[in-house]
Write a protein that binds this ligand. Sequence first.
Ligand code: SF4
Length: 194
Amino acid sequence: MPGHSPVLRLYWLSVRLLVVLLGTLAVATFSLSAFALAPLHSWLLYGDWRFWRHWHNFPRLTRQVRRVAFKLAREPDYRGMTAFMSASDWLGPPMSAPDRSLVTVRADWPHAAGTCGSCGRCCTEIGCPSFDPRSKLCASYDSPFWRYFPCGRYPATQAQIDYYGCPKWAMLADALAMEEAGREKVRAAAPPLR
Ligand code: SF4
């Protein structure tokens, strides 16, 4: 991971471990620890210290932690495609968008590159309680949790794109290869120069 100091990487790792610890505690205490540390949970999950605006969601989020843990334990497909389990991601910087050296927006994506239109598959597929199916918006969007964990860096692999059937993103290498194949086809069909 060039360009990032070991101190910074350790800091990022520490934030992630703290979130995992808090999530585990919340599961073990049936959300009681989340209520006891409400401002911290509120900031991590919603980027907002005003916990009274969000704490009605804490029990649902605790159930989601349990559900994701079960999926990781029981579903090899889910475990295989979850990028944040790789060591480099645990030590990597928080992100608010996927790595554009790995993925690109598909040429046939009908919406602006910065939006997911009316999709939401990667949120609904795992039943995320932060996603509002009516507004199609995520209440945790760009929060520390969102940036430090998979949401902010999705997608990074073909397996992730396939798992959610994402209609927006494609692996950059595949998109470039398809472009080149298209150019080759046009060249082959063009009449020869005299
Ligand atoms: S599946 Fe793809 S297009 Fe749909 S919400 Fe997720 S990232 Fe956006």
